[in-house]
Every structure is written in C-alpha cells, then in structure tokens.
Design a protein around this ligand. Structure first.
Ligand code: PLP
Length: 402
C-alpha cells in the first residue's frame, strides 16, 4: 500500500506549518493504473474529474500519467489547457450554464456534454452539424453514498431526463445536431457495480436512435474506502461487466463504441492528507473536545455530507486509546468527528485527516477570515510546496476600500 509515513507528514508540518494539505503523487498513479489495468483490452478512456482537486501541479501530473480531464466549469477547462492538456483530451460536462460558456468551450475546441434541451437547441441553431456534441442524460436511477451526492435520480437537476427522449430527438433532427456522445453520471461513492450496468441498460434502449454515436460516457462516482472495513468499487468486476454489456450490444451504426469514465474521488482522495495541530483540549461532562487549528473552512465534508474521515494522532501513535470529539476553531459548529477513539491527545499534537485529497482543499474557503491552507506535493521522494498558505493581503485582495 502506497502512503506517506507519520515521520514524513510530521516533517512536512514542521517545514511548512499547519494546517497543510499533503498529496502523494505515487498514490494517484497507483489508482490510475488500477483503472487502466482492469480495462486493458477495452476501448476505454478516463477523464479525471478535476473538480475533486485542481491544483495545477496535480493536473500536470495526471496529464503525464496519460489520463484525460473532465471539467465542471469553463475555468477548469482553462486550467486544464494551462496544464498542457490538448483540447482533444478535455471534456466539459456542463450543468446549468449559460450558452455563452458553451460557445466559449466550443471555441477552445474541447468535448462538450450539454445538459439541457434549451442549450441543446441553441447549440443546434448556432452550429448545426458542424461541431460534435455529447448529451448529458439523467437516467432516473437512484445511486450514490447519500442524497446530496446522488445526481441521476428522478428529482435531480442534473442532465436531460431520458424520459424526454422524443423531445431530444426532435431538437436533434430539426437542427441536424451531430450527437457523438451520450453521458450519464449517477452520483458519487457508488460501491455496487450493477449501478453502472443499469445505467448502460438505460442507454442501450436509446443508443440505436443516435446514428452518429461514437462514445458512451458513464461518469464517475467510484467509491474509495474511508473507514476500516470499507471497500472501494470493484474495478475488475466493473471492467468485466462493462466489457460483457458492450460485447452483447454492438453499436447499430457499426462504429465500435468507446467507453468513457470520469473518476474524481477515486483518483485523488487517498493521495491526500490534511495535517492539523491541536490548539486546545476541553473537558466537559459530555465529552472531551479536541480543538484543532482547522475547521469546515478547510475540510467541509464531515459537516456537509456527514462524511467519515479517519483521524490519527501521529504525535502519540502508541498512546492509550480514548474517546474524543474532534472539532474546529471557527465560529460555527464544525465537528469533524464525534466520539472518536484516538491515541491520547495532548495540546500541540498533530492530527492527520486521511482521504483528504478529493473535495478537501477544493471546497475550502476564507470563512472567519482565516487563511486557506498550504498544499504540498510529495513526488518521487521530493517534497514540493505547490500552494502557499494565504497571507493577510489575500483577505483584502479584491475588496474595494471606499
Ligand atoms: C463530480 C463529477 C464526477 C466525479 O465524481 P467522483 O465521485 O469524484 O468520482 C464525474 N462526472 C461528473 C459529471 C461530475 O460532476
């Protein structure tokens, strides 16, 4: 198993201060290789869902690994271009955006998945058949770790509901739109590979109606283990089932269908660590609070998604086990963990949050006028600062003082 040692993390904390996000490049590589190995022999392309972690050095590293990139905004598209991805390796899976942004993506020459009939119609009227496009469909399947991260169900805002297929085809035909790709993304933290198979089955019922189709995009959402006993999505089984499904359903237009995936969390979650320091211990009749020098301004997942992050006291790894509530230092309830067993905690100890690579720094803010953490990349044994911690001027940067 590829991970950083307590000594390495403590050294980085010493060198760069805390709180600090640390990423281990070789773990990202291991995850990507799991995917490519499992799907060897199949025509599959992986687009890293960059919204999980967009530091430019991470994007460059993922480009070197050979993956493509999936973007959720035009700025992510521009970051991917800045990282050196060619437009052909960039996919923009939009949702709820203005048509101007789609037009901008088209000018940049990247792949586009359109997620509303309204924008599809504008696209058709503007470009006709001249530019291939993908359709982001909502398969009406319930899947994902919890409702907040489920995107494919029948009340979700994401995608064009598949039940509107006749309307979609009407718009496609009226404007002679070149539909090259069909996309679905049912949610995040999908453990059960049958969810993907179900998605494929939904698509098979409509594939014959798109005569110029070249690829099927099954989105992301592969699960990674957060706590002991958790399992990641069985990628080998997924590869086997996807292979079988497509072998049994050749594309009616004769072109072999390439399969796309958009893994975000799977690629970067386990590569990341948030290293914090204990400010205060507070004994109460209910619990002992451990107050660290961070909060949901740095790692929002526990409060936002009820996410579980493993926490270790790397300063006292052999201390006796005790139960604590681990909380942050901002003026909101920001509980990282209730009733968590940790090796005895003392003020000044370093607590490490694991699985902090995906949706960690990326969802951080300056709430309470606190600084965003620094980011550090460990690659080939070298330690690189890849984002400086904020300084006071950053808090005033775009303010217009009257
Ligand atoms: C967020 C997102 C992903 C990645 O989801 P993960 O759970 O991080 O794998 C993939 N595709 C789309 C369209 C997304 O919005």
């Amino acid at each position: 198993m590829n991970h950083l040692s307590n000594e390495q993390l403590a050294g980085i904390a010493q060198q760069f201060g805390t709180p600090v996000y640390v990423y281990y490049a070789e773990k990202i590589k291991e995850q990507y290789e799991k995917l490519t190995t499992a799907f060897k022999g199949q025509d599959v392309v992986f687009f890293y869902a960059s919204k999980a972690l967009t530091n430019i050095n991470i994007l460059k590293y993922i480009k070197e690994l050979g993956a493509n990139v999936d973007c959720s905004s035009i700025n992510e598209v521009k970051l991917a271009l800045h990282a050196g991805f060619t437009p052909a390796r960039i996919l923009y899976t939009s949702n709820g955006i203005a048509f101007e942004e789609i037009a901008e993506a088209k000018e940049l020459g990247v792949h586009i998945n359109i997620d509303s009939i309204s924008n599809l119609e504008k696209f058709g009227k503007t470009y006709g058949h001249s530019y291939p496009v993908g359709l982001r469909l909502r398969p009406n399947i319930m899947a994902g770790g919890n409702l907040k991260i489920s995107t494919g169900h029948d009340k979700s805002k994401f995608g064009i509901p598949v039940d509107q297929i006749e309307k979609i085809l009407e718009v496609v035909e009226a404007n002679n739109i070149f539909v090259r790709n069909l996309h679905i993304h049912t949610g995040s933290e999908i453990k059960d590979v049958d969810v993907f198979v179900k998605g494929i089955e939904v698509l098979f019922s409509i594939i014959p109606r798109f005569k110029e189709l070249e690829s099927i995009d099954l989105g992301g959402g592969f699960k990674v283990p957060y706590k002991d006993g958790d399992h990641e999505t069985d990628i080998n089984l997924l590869a086997q089932k996807v292979g079988e499904a497509f072998a049994n359903h050749p594309n009616p237009n004769g072109k072999p269908l390439q399969v796309w995936f958009e893994p975000g969390k799977f690629m970067v979650s386990e590569s990341g660590y948030l290293v914090t320091e204990v400010n205060v211990l507070k004994q109460t009749n209910a619990t002992t609070f451990v107050g660290v020098n961070s909060g949901f301004n740095h790692l929002i997942r526990p409060m936002f998604y009820d996410a579980y992050h493993r926490i270790e006291n790397i300063s006292n790894p052999n201390g006796p086990k005790q139960h604590y509530a681990v909380v942050g230092n901002i003026c909101e309830t920001d509980t990282f963990a209730w009733d968590r067993e940790l090796n005895e905690v003392r003020e000044g100890d370093l607590l490490v949050f694991y699985n902090a690579g995906a949706y960690g720094f990326e969802m951080s803010s300056n709430f309470n006028s606190r600084y965003k953490p620094a980011e550090v990349l460990v690659k080939e044994g070298q330690i690189h600062l890849i984002r400086k911690r904020d300084v006071f001027e950053d808090l005033l940067k775009n303010q217009v003082e009257l």
